[in-house]
Ligand binder design. Structure first.
Ligand SMILES: C[S@@+](CC[C@H](N)C(=O)[O-])C[C@H]1O[C@@H](n2cnc3c(N)ncnc32)[C@H](O)[C@@H]1O
Length: 279
């Protein structure tokens, strides 16, 4: 597994985030804030809290944390383009959000409570399954949660077609831009067909995609198709890991699969979301 962990073997997530960040408007920011607020239990804020965003990507959710009252936000990412994008997004949009923030290039594996202290909220959405060693990454992130603190994370749920997507992603992450474009065009054509077959309109789907934490369909397709390294996990496995680490489930948003508890995954997997608390 160690050969998967170096930054060079990762998909270029940061380039995708920097293209996406150019499109961020007040609407995306509001949706990101809604998405975080929903995970906090609706209506709850982060007033006075230390907040760690592991794998900050565009920085949009670090910004949401500041707007929800976090006293201090540390955003980290392994990818220099994600770090630069998060820095730019916070410089542009966080000036009157209150709270102090900084952005650092760190891998989750190098974060230590001795150097950084503990955080009231550790947030890592869609990241730990892209590290090459998901269970170690989960343990490293959980180590930074303060007593009574919260660990909020999202991970790809298991699907029957995991084997296919693992191969596709390994290929896509290292393919030429032209091959990637072709692969995306094929994916989107099948996706449109799937929507049409179930009586839904593609244009409406793309328009309403923003309600999904402020994200953008086309950037998410690139992220999904290239997101290498790739692992997935079921809710019972998450529970077992968390129990061993002394964390208790506060709430989760887990989709139940349709075929023997799993989705087939023709168009890929989605993320299940978890909120655990350290006792
Ligand atoms: C799919 S993106 C998610 C971004 C953001 N959390 C969000 O919800 O939009 C995954 C991010 O995790 C970062 N990442 C991957 N491996 C990492 C690691 N070992 N340590 C820190 N960040 C990592 C990638 O560079 C990328 O920016």
């Amino acid at each position: 597994m160690d050969d998967l962990i170096s930054y060079e073997s990762h998909f270029a997530f940061g380039k995708n985030w920097s293209a996406y960040a150019a499109k961020i408007t007040a609407e995306e920011i509001a949706e990101a804030e809604n998405g975080l607020s929903r995970l906090l239990g609706g209506g709850q804020r982060l007033d006075g809290q230390r907040f760690l965003d592991i794998g900050s990507g565009s920085g949009l959710h670090s910004l949401a944390a500041l707007r929800l009252g976090a006293r201090e936000v540390l955003a980290v990412d392994i990818d220099p383009d994600s770090v630069a994008t998060t820095q730019a997004v916070l410089e542009r949009h966080a000036s009157n959000a209150g709270g102090i923030w900084r952005v650092e290039k760190y891998s989750v594996f190098d974060l230590s409570p001795e150097a950084l202290g503990h955080f009231d909220t550790v947030y890592s959405w869609g990241v730990l399954h892209h590290t090459g060693d998901m269970s170690r990454a989960i343990r490293c992130a959980a180590d930074l949660v303060a007593p009574q603190g919260r660990f909020i994370f999202a991970l790809y749920r298991r699907i029957w077609m995991d084997w296919f997507w693992r191969r596709e992603k390994r290929w896509y992450a290292h393919a030429s831009a032209q091959s990637q474009r072709r692969a995306r065009a094929i994916y989107i054509a099948f996706f449109k067909l799937g929507l049409w077959a179930t009586g839904r309109r593609f244009s409406r789907y793309v328009e309403s995609y923003r309600a999904n934490r402020g994200m953008d369909f086309y950037h998410d397709v690139h992220d999904w198709m290239g997101g290498w390294p790739y692992e997935s996990i079921s809710a019972p496995e998450v529970e077992e890991l968390m129990h061993a680490l002394g964390l208790v489930c506060e709430r989760s948003f887990v989709r139940k699969g349709r075929i023997l508890g799993r989705d087939f995954g023709l168009f890929g997997s989605g993320c299940d979301e978890y909120v655990y608390r350290r006792q």
